[in-house]
Design a protein around this ligand. Structure first.
Ligand SMILES: [Zn+2]
Length: 298
C-alpha cells in the first residue's frame, strides 16, 4: 500500500523522542521516488530532545506532513520553543523544515551551502527526482565546526554539542549529549551498513569515525536503523567499530574480487562490532551500490 507513512513515536531515553517510519514493507508512492528508495524502504527516524518547554528537533523528516506531525507531538507534550538542527543536507532529513518556518533552523556552514546550491533543483524535484520540496527552507543560522546548545532551564537543563564531521557526507552534524553519553549520529552510522555517497572521501570518513569513538558514547541513535533497537535505547559503541571495519572491507574489495562478490549476509558476521548490527536484507542493495561506488572512484 502506498500513501502517507505511519509515524511511530518511540522514546529511547528520557525526553528523547524518535519519530520512525518504514522498514515494514509500506511505500510512500507506487512509482520510483527518493522517499521510498532512501528512507521508507530502509526505515527512517528523526529525533527530538524535549526538556520542559524547550525542544531541539534533529532533522525535519521526509515531508512537510512529517514535520507537522513532529511539531504537534512536541507541542502536545508541552514544547513552546523549538530549535531545529539539520544533521546534513540529504533530502530525507530536510523535507519537513517548512513546518518549522517560524523557528531557528541551525546547520553547519557546509550543509547551508549544499542546500543553497541545490535549492532550485530540490524545489523542482529534479535533483533526486520526485517529490519536490517546495519551498525548501534554508537554515536561519550557521556554525563552523562546533556549537554548544543548552536546552531547558534551571537544574534540568541539558547541555548539547553539535559537531561537524566528514562521514557519509562532508557536512555531517552529530548531536552529542555528553552528560548522558548519548550520540544522535544522523547518517554517519547506519544499521545495517553505511551508505557510501562520497566514495573519494573514505579516508576522511575513517578519521572522523575515530573522533566519534573518542567521544565515548554509551548509546548511539542513528537515523536509519532497527526500530526495536532504537526504542530500547539505541546501539552500543560497536556500531562505530562495525562501520569502520565495513569501510575497510570496501577498500580491500578492489583487490579481492571474490570478497566483493559475497553478499552482506556472509561478510558481516566476521566484522569487529558486528554484534551491534541487526541484519536487514534491503541493505544487500546498499552494499552492491557501495562496492560499485568505491570501485568507480578515481
Ligand atoms: Zn544521508
Amino acid at each position: 500500500m502506498a500513501g502517507a507513512p505511519v509515524i511511530r513515536v518511540l522514546e529511547p531515553a528520557a525526553g528523547v523522542l524518535a519519530f520512525y517510519a518504514g522498514r515494514d514493507g509500506s511505500r510512500f508512492a507506487a512509482e520510483a521516488n527518493w522517499v521510498d528508495e532512501g528512507a521508507i524502504g530502509l526505515g527512517i527516524a528523526s529525533y527530538a530532545l524535549l526538556v520542559g518547554a524547550e525542544a531541539i528537533v534533529y532533522d525535519t523528516g521526509i515531508s512537510v506532513e512529517w514535520g507537522r506531525f513532529v511539531r504537534a507531538e512536541l507541542e502536545r507534550r508541552g514544547a513552546r520553543r523549538l530549535t531545529v538542527v539539520l544533521s546534513h543536507w540529504h533530502l530525507d532529513h530536510v523535507a519537513g523544515t517548512e513546518a518549522f518556518g517560524d523557528c531557528e533552523v541551525l546547520a553547519n556552514e557546509r550543509t547551508a551551502a549544499h542546500l543553497a546550491r541545490h535549492r532550485e533543483a530540490i524545489e523542482a524535484g529534479s535533483l533526486e527526482g520526485p517529490p519536490p520540496i517546495a519551498p525548501l527552507l534554508l537554515p536561519t543560522r550557521t556554525f563552523a565546526e562546533r556549537e554548544a546548545l543548552r536546552t531547558g532551564s534551571g537544574e534540568g537543563a541539558v547541555e548539547v554539542e553539535l559537531l561537524t564531521l566528514d562521514i557519509h557526507s562532508d557536512d555531517a552534524t552529530v548531536l552529542w549529549i555528553p552528560g548522558r553519553g548519548l550520540l544522535l549520529c544522523g547518517d554517519t552510522l547506519e544499521d545495517t551498513v553505511t551508505y557510501v555517497d562520497e566514495p573519494r572521501r573514505l579516508g576522511a570518513h575513517l578519521r572522523d569515525l575515530e573522533r566519534l569513538r573518542r567521544l565515548g558514547p554509551r548509546a548511539i541513535l542513528p537515523n536509519h536503523g532497527d526500530p526495536a533497537t532504537i526504542a530500547a535505547g539505541g546501539y552500543p559503541p560497536g556500531l562505530i567499530d562495525a562501520t569502520e571495519a565495513y569501510l575497510r572491507l570496501l577498500l580491500a574489495a578492489g583487490s579481492d574480487p571474490a570478497a566483493a562478490a559475497r553478499p552482506l549476509r556472509d561478510v558481516l558476521p566476521a566484522l569487529p562490532g558486528a554484534g551491534a548490527l541487526r541484519y536487514f536484507e534491503p541493505y544487500e542493495e546498499v552494499h552492491r551500490h557501495n562496492l560499485e561506488a568505491v570501485a568507480g572512484r578515481s
